[in-house]
Design a binder for this molecule. Sequence first.
Ligand code: MG
Ligand code: MG
Length: 270
Amino acid sequence: MIYLKSLEEIELIRKSCLLVSKTLAHVASILKPGVTGKYIDQQAETFIRDHKGAIPGFKDYNGFPSTLCISANEAVVHGIPTEQEFTDTDILSIDCGVYWNSFYGDSAFTFAFPNVGDEVIDLLHATNDSLYLGIEKVKPEARIGDVSNAIQSYIEKEKKYSIVRELVGHGIGRNLHESPEVPNYGRKGFGSKMKKGLVIAIEPMVNMGKKNVRQSKDGWTIVTKDGKPSAHFEHTVAVVEGGVDILSDHTIVEKEVKNNSEIKTFTRKS
Ligand code: MG
Ligand code: MG
C-alpha cells in the first residue's frame, strides 16, 4: 500500500530530513583520522536528542544497535559503529535516520579521509551524480523504473561500476520503510506510477568492483564480496506539482566537508 502525503505531512517529513542533514553536517565537522565509529555515533545521538521530541530513527529498528550506520570501505550499508579508529585512507558511508513528530527522515553521505586515492574519489562522485540523475526523473506520472534506469545506466554503462541489487530505496513517512521499493536498477516506463504526495528515499549503492554482496558475521553489515570499495548517497524526496522537492539537504553537509581540512574536500561536479 502506497501512502500519499498531504503538504502538511511533507513539511513534517522535511523537518525530520533537515535534522538528519544537520546531524550529517555535524558529523562532517568532527570527522578526522583516528576517531572511532562509536564516538561519531554518540555525537550524532546527542545532537538528535537535543531537539525536543526527536529520536534516532535507526536505533532499535529491527534491533539495530546504533544511531548511525557507518560503513567503511568495502562495507556497503548497515555498518555498526565500533571502537576501531579510522585511518586516513578510509571512506565512510554514513546513513542517518530521525523520527520526529510521527515522521521519519532518511539520508546518507559518503565521506573520504585525506589519503583516499583518486579512483575511489571518482566512485564517490559517480555515486553522488547518479543520485541526482535519478532525482531528475521524479515527477507526477513518471514511473519508479525511470528513476531506477537513470541511476543504473549512468553507473553501469557510462562509469562501468556496479549497482547493488539486494538493497533498494523505499517509500518513507510514518514508517521508515514503506511501499514502493525504489531499486537502483530497472527499466524505463516500468514500476509504480509516481503520484503527487509520494515521498521516497532514493539511495544508490555503488560498488567499484562486482555487484555481489554478502552479510558479515556481525549479522548486519553488508560488504562487497570482492572486498572492493562501495559508496552510498541518499536523499528523501517528495513528488510535488510539476516535479520534485528534495527534503534532505546535502549542501550543509558539503559545506562542513569543505571547512574540515581533516577530510578530503568532496563536492558535487554536476
Ligand atoms: Mg538511509
Ligand atoms: Mg533509506
